[in-house]
Design a protein around this ligand. Structure first.
Ligand code: PGA
Length: 254
């Protein structure tokens, strides 16, 4: 099942726990390259650690690059030491937030239920949630991929009014930071399955929601991956830290 609509691709960079002065300098390099290019086919976003988020917003205020958070708490305020809420991200200038990244699920024991609560919190705060889903290698080998992805997506789909209020990112856990990627056929299969699930829940809206691929996207494989049906962009980890690599991925967008 492929969306009949032309969907503008989104290339989002997930900086994870990296934010040195040198990393921040890459932002200026990136905006310079984008300004020189003038026309870019995709929307572009960087999700830096929260501690430099406002600085990044400031640095990018005259550029088309948007800023997102990497996680948010499910409550809007309260006694939750060390946490950051969706309204706080919004006030700091973020437009979006990554939710349910596999590193959060794995190292912070985030369940589908908690991820769902965070999704609702993000939408209510007016942030665009980027819901990450993906199978482990063990699950893929056991032919459980679609079952796992189906559960993760269905459990966390928020109530939305517009397709621009939700992004899904398919990120196989075994492909993240490993240099391994699924075959283009495997990506196509999972994305078509997610598309079907979205249409079932949201009707026509579901045909316009962006589905990103993430996991070892680099300047060499980006063009092929971004050409796969139902791939409406990429969530890029390692390669988003280097402006020249990230730029090459951006200009590979359809
Ligand atoms: P990677 O990370 O591109 O470094 O594999 C992707 C992600 O975790 O979003």
């Amino acid at each position: 099942m492929k969306s009949p609509f032309k969907i503008k691709q989104l290339i989002a960079g997930n900086w994870k726990m990296n934010a040195s002065a040198a990393d921040l300098r890459q932002l200026s390099l990136l905006t310079q390259k984008l300004a020189d290019r003038k026309v870019v086919a995709a929307d572009v976003m960087i999700c830096p650690p929260a501690i430099v988020l406002m600085q990044a917003v400031q640095q990018l205020k005259d550029s088309p690059v948007q800023i997102g958070g990497q996680d948010c708490h499910e409550k809007s305020a309260g006694a939750y030491t060390g946490n950051i809420s969706a309204p706080m991200l919004k006030r700091a200038g973020a437009k979006a937030v990554i939710i349910g990244h596999s590193e959060r699920r794995q190292y912070h024991q985030e369940s589908n239920k908690l991820v769902a609560a965070k999704m609702t919190a993000a939408v209510e705060a007016g942030l665009l949630p980027i819901l990450c889903v993906g199978e482990t290698l063990k699950e893929r080998r056991a032919k459980q991929t679609l079952r796992v992805i189906g559960q993760q997506v269905r459990a966390a789909m928020p109530e939305i009014k517009r397709a621009q209020q939700l992004v899904i990112a398919y990120e196989p856990v075994w492909a993240i930071g490993s240099g391994l990627t699924p075959t283009l056929e495997q990506i196509a299969q999972v994305h078509a399955f997610i598309r079907k699930t979205l249409i079932k829940k949201y009707g026509d809206l579901g045909a316009r929601i962006r589905i990103l691929y993430g996991g070892s996207v680099n300047p060499k494989n980006a063009q092929d991956i971004l050409a796969v049906p139902n791939v409406n962009g990429a969530l890029v980890g390692g390669a988003s830290l280097k402006a020249s690599d990230f730029y090459k991925i951006i200009v590979s967008a359809q």
